[in-house]
Write a protein that binds this ligand. Structure first.
Ligand code: NAP
Length: 335
């Protein structure tokens, strides 16, 4: 219906897995842009595991989404009207615009993108937050060097597929851990990983011994829990454990499961370090240039999992991440 803005708002704080009743589906009137602002129509919405953390009322790197607020989400919008000097109708803009069909913004945190450089979805994936996370997590926090052995969990996801391919481009031996035979075949086939471990059917600790006989130099962790614990037993001397995320823990109703094998950090003179991608914002352009170069030369192949739908499909689409039903970057396409 023209003139209306459908939105997904947080109705109540979830306990454990997010339930449909945790969301409120709301229709509001479209608001015209005020002075110095622009308005836009949402084209694509990024779905991210971090969204689960934003729903909990506990200290984090961003404040929690408030009850009754539009759900926070990164998205690509197309500008429809503007009184802002930096944005014109027809521009495509990436920003944290929330799960809603129409947006009004003062331009803070909004970034104009060039759709002729790459498809819009790629600006949320490899050239967006997922690619930035893979790049800085691996190169800055992980400090990978040519010839090293890199293990990546959540390897068939948005961050994992890019991190693994960057590590290959840097001359590393790369082992991915993922949740199905199909995902493992994708990793070692099309994406060029050296080995892959299906954590649902294999003993991860044993498989790591087979595939990384000399130990792991960099473990890029997206999942936490038991897989992190298994990787800790196989560290090489001076290994780096990159704490990117811990999706296996996000829906816990009990306290987060900590790594019981952390003393291997001592024995192996290793370090374990977390990071938040937003801290690297001043260097995003540098990373995007390098990733774009790797895409252009075919060394990064894009995996985008695009679900066509409406904002009302957001709650169910988000669940795909926690059920392992996405491969690569998960996006809700409203066009
Ligand atoms: P993603 O990997 O595309 O999607 C999530 C994947 O996690 C699923 O496809 C599933 O794959 C796996 N998974 C779900 N439940 C699991 C479980 N219980 N145990 C093991 N694996 C499980 O998501 P993404 O956007 O690339 O994010 C990956 C990680 O990076 C997340 O932990 C996220 O929070 C983190 N992250 C961190 C930053 C930062 O600044 N530090 C920024 C962005 C993202 P399988 O089929 O393989 O199970």
């Amino acid at each position: 219906m023209p003139g209306t803005n459908r939105q997904i708002r947080l109705a109540r704080r979830p306990v454990g897995n997010v339930q449909p009743e945790d969301w409120e589906h709301v229709t509001e009137a479209v608001v015209p842009p005020g002075e110095g602002m622009f308005a836009g129509r949402t084209r694509l919405i990024s779905l991210d595991p971090a969204m689960r953390g934003w729903l909990d009322d506990r200290p984090s790197y961003l404040p929690p989404v408030g009850i009754g607020e539009v759900m926070r989400a990164g998205s690509v919008i197309e500008v429809t009207a503007s009184d802002h000097p930096g944005f014109r109708p027809g521009d495509h803009v990436v920003g944290s615009f929330g799960v809603q069909e129409h947006v009004v913004s003062d331009g803070r945190g909004a970034l104009r993108i060039d759709p002729s450089l790459a498809p819009l979805a790629t600006h949320l994936g490899a050239l967006g937050m997922s690619g930035m996370t893979a790049y800085f997590g691996l190169l800055d926090v992980g400090a990978v060097k040519e010839g090293e052995t890199v293990v990546i969990s959540g390897a068939a996801g948005a961050v994992g597929t890019i991190a693994g391919q960057i590590a290959k481009a840097k001359g590393c031996r790369v082992i991915g851990i993922a949740g199905s035979a199909e995902k493992c075949a994708l990793l070692t086939g099309e994406l060029g990983f050296d080995a892959a471990i299906d954590y649902r059917t294999e003993d991860v600790r044993k498989a790591l011994r087979t595939h990384a006989p000399d130990g792991i130099d960099v473990y890029f962790d997206n999942v936490g829990g038991e897989i992190l614990d298994a990787a800790l037993t196989r560290l090489a001397m001076h290994a780096r454990v990159v704490v990117c995320g811990a999706i296996s823990q996000y829906n816990n109703e009990t306290p987060v499961q900590g790594p019981s094998n952390y003393l291997s950090l001592l024995v192996r003179r290793a370090r374990m370090e977390g990071f938040v991608v937003f801290d690297y914002a001043p260097r995003f352009a540098e990373a995007a240039r390098e990733i774009a170069g790797l895409i252009a030369t075919g060394r990064i192949k894009l995996k985008e999992h695009v679900v066509k739908g409406t904002v009302d499909d957001f709650p169910e689409t988000l669940q795909l991440l926690f059920r392992g039903e996405n491969t690569g970057k998960l996006i809700l396409d409203l066009t």
